[in-house]
Design a protein around this ligand. Structure first.
Ligand code: DAH
Length: 345
């Protein structure tokens, strides 16, 4: 084998050992690069006498063409191997089961809230929203619960800077909403005219230091308030009974107003209900606090308690959701377990 054939054979073998494009380019440089073996041979032609130049030049060119052909062949092979690899990696196993994209659904508490809102809206109630970080004044003092009042101890909560706290109930919305309402009709009131009734519900998150199967440190309440010149306990009863019948889609229940105490109502009542059939049949369940708005609270709303009177209630939304859906542990609502939540879609 002459020297040129030997060179071509070596090039072919080196190309064959290159398994990545970069390696192949390095091997190419060793033959065809600026200082490559073939390039050096071509440079060497200059020293030869003219009659040898032609023959030798032609032979080197043949070798060069063979090296280039070997190079291209290897390039092609590497490109094909890469494509093959890629196809393999991206291949789809069409026999695998499909990946389902689940349909999202509303949280059961959100559903319950929307249901409550639409029932009360149908009875002419506005829906109001307020802050969860509340001032002491709205959460307690304005609701006839001064700093030394024993009822405060049942409302242990988280205090933040500046005398603010996580609201322990939605009742502060009574004051907030009424004050806004009164402000809107101030001129009419000052002229001795009357204003439209305050009729509002305020659903939202509330907080207390409490945690067991029926209490969560974060829970939901809905506040209701109806204040006017001629609103009585009888209206509370009819509104609340209509609400419960609508909410549970049945009249097959008993409802009782049990005397109770709240600083911001006088008289006060706890509202209990009992289903006459179904799995919860025969058990009294407490669903709401309520009462006639205390004169001091009416005053704090900016109204004259000799002229304005009304009722309020505060109900546990999560409790209502538990009853409606037959859930026995309140914490399930807030654990975020999809096996539970996906049942409400
Ligand atoms: N805010 C009371 C609580 O969380 C519930 C309540 C009782 C609200 C009587 C009222 C009411 O509006 O009139 O314990």
């Amino acid at each position: 084998m002459n020297e040129l054939d030997q060179l071509v054979a070596e090039a072919r073998s080196e190309f064959g050992q290159a398994h990545a494009p970069a390696e192949l380019e390095n091997a190419k440089a060793r033959y065809l690069g600026k200082a490559g073996r073939l390039t050096e041979l071509l440079k060497g032609l200059a020293q030869l006498p003219p009659e040898d130049k032609k023959l030798r030049g032609a032979a080197i060119n043949v070798a060069k063409q063979q090296v280039e052909a070997a190079l291209n062949e290897r390039r092609q092979a590497l490109a094909e191997a890469e494509l093959e690899q890629q196809l393999k990696a991206e291949s789809l196993d069409v026999s695998l089961p499909g990946r389902k994209r689940g349909v999202a659904g509303l949280h059961p508490v959100t559903r319950t809230m929307e249901r409550i809102e639409s029932i009360f809206a149908s009875m002419g109630f506005e829906v109001a929203d307020g802050p969860e970080i509340e001032a002491d004044w709205f959460n307690f003092t304005a609701l006839n619960t001064p700093a030394d009042h024993p009822a405060r101890s049942m409302h242990d909560t988280f205090y933040v800077e500046g005398g603010h706290l996580l609201r322990t109930h939605t009742s502060p919305m009574q004051i907030r909403h009424a004050v806004q309402h009164v402000k809107r009709y101030r001129e009419r009131l000052d002229a001795g005219q009357s204003m439209p009734d305050i009729r509002v519900i305020a659903p939202g998150r509330t907080y207390r230091v409490d945690s067991d199967a029926t209490h969560s440190p974060m829970f939901h309440q809905v506040e209701g308030l109806w204040v006017g010149e001629n609103v009585s306990f009888k209206d509370l009863k009819s509104v609340y009974v209509s609400f419960l019948r609508e909410f549970f889609e049945t009249d097959d229940m008993q409802i009782r107003f049990r005397p109770s105490y709240f600083p911001f109502t006088e008289p006060s009542a706890e509202i209990d209900m009992m289903f006459n059939s179904g799995p919860l049949k025969g058990r009294w369940l407490e669903v709401s606090g309520s009462g006639q708005v205390h004169p001091q609270v009416v005053r704090n709303m900016g109204l004259d308690p000799e002229r304005y009177i009304g009722f309020a209630f505060g109900s546990g939304i999560d409790r209502l959701a538990m009853l409606r859906y037959g859930v026995n542990d309140l914490r399930l609502f807030f654990d975020g377990d999809l096996r539970f939540l996906s049942q409400f879609k």
